[in-house]
Structure formats: structure tokens, C-alpha cells
Write a protein that binds this ligand. Structure first.
Ligand SMILES: O=C1O[C@H](COP(=O)(O)O)[C@@H](O)[C@H](O)[C@H]1O
Length: 266
């Protein structure tokens, strides 16, 4: 049985009994947000991450979701990408294409992947330009408190070190507040060159979901969510604090195993 509730100011927690329940709950949540965005704005702008997240989104390619979702209204972006060719096994685009995008009727021109034939710096600049054009036409909304794009949903995974997108602990990239998209060339996790949404963009989204499974991430989940002393100011996952949007954590039981006193109703 799932546990769910709100934990201090760290958003809503959904702790699922097993991976199958997590996959279903995640698919239901994404579909609900896509229906609301399409009803309100006519489109759904969703940013994906790489890693284990894509496999956990797999139910979207199955019945009933594959037939009922209004795929033609989806606009796809990436919260981060590794600077490798699109057919490289490290590519977040390839992962999403093989795992989801090739299995549902997404409009190819709505898939906004990152240019893989230029440097990391150029790719970040270009991606920001692409997003800027889509903000102008309101395919992507704009935040009313900053000039940042306001994605309908940003989906994040989290590494055992607490990184989200390609924002790593104690890295200068966490201080980037001017750019929407930036790049790094020294990622502690290979490959070294990556581009990533910055924290202001992530925190301007209408909805952010962080999806984490497995015991190896339990300590980082605890540090990111609980009121720990000393606080972990440079743990990237802890810095996800949507200004006006909603944050939801999807956790399996092993990932949630180190959280302090869970007192949610079952
Ligand atoms: O390198 C990355 O890692 C994170 C976490 O991946 P996971 O496999 O541990 O879930 C991922 O969210 C990010 O997009 C990716 O580039």
C-alpha cells in the first residue's frame, strides 16, 4: 500500500510499495498534468531527464495511456543532456527515444533535443535560444515572477550523491542564476561534458517531480528531504524548491528507508 503526504516544506511525498506501483502512479500523475495543461493552454511542455527515470515512465507506452493521451499536444525537452552523439549509449535523447518517444505518436517537430554536433557551450546557448523562441509563442509558458520559462512539468531523477539534472554537489554550476541553460565540462559522473537547466528554470516550473528508487539513494533522499543538521545547502536535490509550482517526490520503499518519522495515513 502506498504512503503519501506532505513533508515540511519539501513537497509531497509518494512512497510506493514496489516499482510496479510507482510506475503506475507516475504515469497517472504525468497524464493528469498533461490533461490539465492541454485544457488550460492547448499544449503540454514536459522536460525529461535521463537515467533510471525513463524506464520508470514505461507505462506511458502501454494501454490505456498510449491510446488515451493527447500525444500531439506534447512538447518534449531535456532538463539535461550529455554532450555525445544522439546515437551514443550515454545520450539522454537516445534513452528517451528508444524507451518512450519511438513507441507513442509524438510529433517529431515537437521533440526539442540538444544539438550534438557543436561544443557544450554552443549547445547550451542554442538550446536556450530554442526555448526562448517557444516562450515567445507561448508553447512554453513564462514565469510571472522571473523571465524564466515555466515548464508544465520537469521530471528529474537523483543520483546517490544528490545530483539532479547535471547539477552536481558543490559545483559552481549551482550558482548560475543568469542563464536558463548552462554547460559543464568536468562532471564527476561520466561523461564529463553536459548541458543542464539551471536551478532558476527548474524552480520556475509549474510542477517538478523527483523520481528516486533503490537503497543506494536512501541517504541522499534523507539529506534532501528531512530537517537535518547541519543542513545540506549544496545538495542539489535540496535546492529544488519551486517558487510557485508544486514538487512531488516519487520514492520506492528502499529509497525512502532512511527518512525520519513518516507519519502518513496509509
Ligand atoms: O547522469 C545523470 O544522472 C541522473 C540520475 O540518474 P539515475 O540513473 O541514477 O536515475 C539523471 O537524472 C540525469 O538526467 C543524468 O544525466
Amino acid at each position: 500500500m502506498a504512503l503519501s503526504g506532505v513533508k515540511n516544506d519539501r513537497g509531497e511525498l509518494r512512497i510506493l510499495e514496489n516499482l510496479d506501483e510507482l510506475r503506475t502512479d507516475l504515469a497517472d500523475y504525468i497524464v493528469e498534468l498533461s490533461e490539465a495543461a492541454v485544457k488550460e493552454r492547448g499544449v503540454f511542455a514536459i522536460a525529461l531527464s535521463g537515467g533510471s527515470l525513463i524506464g520508470l515512465m514505461g507505462k506511458l507506452c502501454e494501454a490505456p495511456y498510449n491510446k488515451t493521451v493527447d500525444w500531439a499536444k506534447w512538447y518534449i525537452f531535456w532538463a539535461d543532456e550529455r554532450v555525445v552523439a544522439k546515437n551514443h549509449s550515454d545520450s539522454n535523447y537516445k534513452l528517451a527515444k528508444d524507451g518512450i518517444l519511438s513507441k507513442v505518436p509524438i510529433v517529431p517537430s515537437h521533440v526539442h533535443s540538444i544539438n550534438d554536433s557543436v561544443s557544450a557551450e554552443e549547445a547550451a546557448d542554442e538550446y536556450m535560444f530554442v526555448i526562448r523562441q517557444l516562450v515567445k509563442t507561448r508553447m512554453v509558458s513564462v514565469s510571472d515572477i522571473s523571465d524564466c520559462p515555466k515548464f508544465d512539468l520537469i521530471l528529474l531523477g537523483m543520483g546517490p550523491d544528490g545530483h539532479i539534472a547535471s547539477l552536481f554537489p558543490n559545483h559552481a554550476v549551482l550558482d548560475e542564476t543568469e542563464e536558463w541553460v548552462t554547460f559543464i565540462t568536468d562532471s564527476p559522473k561520466p561523461p564529463p561534458e553536459r548541458i543542464t537547466f539551471t536551478l532558476p528554470v527548474i524552480n520556475s516550473a509549474s510542477n517538478v517531480a523527483i523520481v528516486v528508487t533503490g537503497e543506494s539513494k536512501a541517504e541522499a533522499v534523507h539529506l534532501a528531504i528531512d530537517n537535518v543538521e547541519p543542513n545540506c545547502p549544496s545538495l542539489p536535490a535540496r535546492l529544488v524548491q519551486p517558487t510557485k509550482g508544486k514538487l512531488v517526490w516519487f520514492l520506492d520503499k528502499p529509497a525512502a528507508s532512511k527518512l525520519d518519522d513518516l507519519q502518513f495515513s496509509e
